[in-house]
Design a protein around this ligand. Sequence first.
Ligand SMILES: [Ca+2]
Ligand SMILES: [Ca+2]
Ligand SMILES: [Ca+2]
Length: 409
Amino acid sequence: MNKVLFLIFASIVWLASCKPEETMPMPVEKDFTVTIRNKTDAKDYFTSGTTSLIMPGESYSFSFHAGKGHYLQFGTMFVQSNDLFVAPSDEGLALYNGDTPLTGNITSMLKLWDAGTEVNEEPGVGPNQPPRQSGPNTGMDENGVVHEVNDGFTYPALSDVIQVSITHDGGTMFTVTLENVSNATSLPTPFAPGTWVVHFSGQKPMFADGSAASPGLEALAEDGDISLMDGNLSSKSGLMVVFAPGAFSVGNENSVFALGQAADSKLEALAEDGDVSGYSDVFNTPMGASMPGPLTPGSSYTFSFTGTKGDILSFALMFVQSNDWFVGLDGMDLFNGDAAISGDVTAQVALYDAGTEVDEYAGAGNNQPLRQSGPDTGMDEQASVQLETAAGAHVPSVADMLEIVIQVN
Ligand SMILES: [Ca+2]
Ligand SMILES: [Ca+2]
Ligand SMILES: [Ca+2]
């Protein structure tokens, strides 16, 4: 063997001896952080709507959902006037007295208000009143404040021109009926299109006694033009979206919840009352806060963990304006091959019903956390964990409520 061949041979032997042995692969392990942000806007009022023109002899009804702590305000123009309108007191009507819903004839709770925006003329005669004026916003400016009418003119008793009643239709539903009974008086008058709003204690959503009228109230009270008032109320109305502290699991199974199976007691407490005390891995303190608290509009929860290739991530957090709904992630793979998952994973998350408490209208049910008398209050449902597919049109989609991002650290 010549020297060159020997060197080649020796190299091959050496290379062969260096072939790595079969060893266990290093586990692929990463540190992750999940951020759950409530991307909704806060709402001032629960819901709002409009009423139609009501001619003498006609009536108009509207319905809405409301729970304990909700109030009703509404207003409609007394058309044979310059700027008078019929409404309850500026703080609205409490829809519950303790556990008892407001029902029956509520006409005596209404007042005839003067918006203070246009100088009053004799009712039914004035040339700047809608049936006779040349156009909207015609008449002498008053530059006053909203007050009960006391202009020296004679008006029929309010109960002789309008009758208003409210029924509680069961559950959280109410219906209000406005009836124009002014035909039998000396001053038959239409009632113009108006607005209504379901709001909270202490709010004055349409006007304040003793304060100048808003432009929206001026148009409602002078011309029955509700476009401004309705736009303002509807833009501020809606379901306040809040989530409670949640729990998560990382490993080879979802140990937070099991789709299609009855909830255990720790999931029941999480889903009905936002109580995560049954879980060891929880997230409960909004970013920037020093104490555990709810996930209100604009705030975020975050939690971190170490994941190994093959692990799945799950979590659940209560949708507070419900009886037993939660938003959950059901076992998302943390790795794709050896690559750790990162980015926006909101599309993997869904709304679930824990199946432990019968559902009421979201945001109004009196057995939901903001209104119930205590934890674990409400009718037993005895169902399994299911996707919630009939939440109601007023409940935003998960993608419109939350942004969920996973980062690899
Ligand atoms: Ca006028
Ligand atoms: Ca339920
Ligand atoms: Ca409950």
